[in-house]
Design a protein around this ligand. Sequence first.
Ligand code: HEM
Length: 234
Amino acid sequence: MPSLIEALMSQVGRKILTGVTGVLLVFFIIFHLLGNLAIFGEPDAMNAYSHFLHQLGPLLWIARIGLLLFFVVHAWIGISIWLNKRKARPQDYKVYSTKGGPSRQGLSSKSMVFTGFVLLIFVVFHVNTFALGDMNTVVVNGVEMHDIKTLVLDTFQSPFYAFGYTFVMLLLGAHLGHGIWSAFTSLTVSSKKVSAAIYTIGVVISVILAIGFLFIPLYIYFGGGCEAALIQCN
Ligand code: HEM
C-alpha cells in the first residue's frame, strides 16, 4: 500500500494538493482585500483592523506559518507539474484540443507558471514592505498601534509602487482567472455544464479581486492620498 506521502506525490495527489492550497489561498486573498478596503472606512479602521490581527499573538503566527506553507507547496507543485509536462511534451502544441468541451487553454492558462512566479516574488517584496518594515506608531483611544494606514498612503504616492502594484494585480487576475476553474475541476468530478459554470464564476471572482486590489494603489496615487475625498486622514 503506498504511503500517504507517495499518494500525495502521485500525479493525482499533486493535482489535488495544488487545488486545495489554491482554494485556501483564494480565501486568504478575499479576506485580505476586505481587510485592505478598511482604508476607505473610518479614519482609524485600517490601523484598528491590523492591531486586532496583531493582538491574536500565537494564533496569528499559526495562520502565518500555514499561509507560508500553502504558498510554498502551491508554487513548488505547480512548477513541478509544469516541468513534468514540458519533459513529456518539449514542443508546445499549436492547437489545443479537448475531449469535446471548449478548450480552457487561453492566455491565462498558458501563462500560469509565469504569473505564479511573478506573484511569488511580489509576495516576498510585499511582505517586506508592509509587514516587516519599520513602522511608525499612532495612539488610538489610548492604545498604541502600528500606523499601517500612513505606510500604505505614503507607499502609493510613488509611481513605481502604484503602477507596479497595478501591473501585478492584473497578473493576479489572470492567474486566478484560470486557477479557480482548474482547482475546482481537480477537486470535483464535474460535467461539461458544471465546468463551464465554474469557469464563469472563477473569471467573475478574479475580475472583482483584481479590480478591488488595483483600485487601492491607483486611487491613492491619483487622489493624492490624504487629499482624496474617500480617504479621511487623521
Ligand atoms: C493593493 C494590493 C494590496 C495591499 C494594499 C496590501 C496591503 C497589505 C498590508 C497593509 C499588509 C500588512 C498587514 C498588517 O501587518 O496588518 C499586508 C500583508 C500581507 N499581504 Fe498584502 N496587500 C495587497 C495585495 C496582496 C496580494 C495580492 C497578496 C497575495 C497574493 C498579499 C499577501 C500578503 C501577505 C502574505 C501579507 C503578510 C500577512 C502577515 O503576515 O500579516 N497582499 N498586505
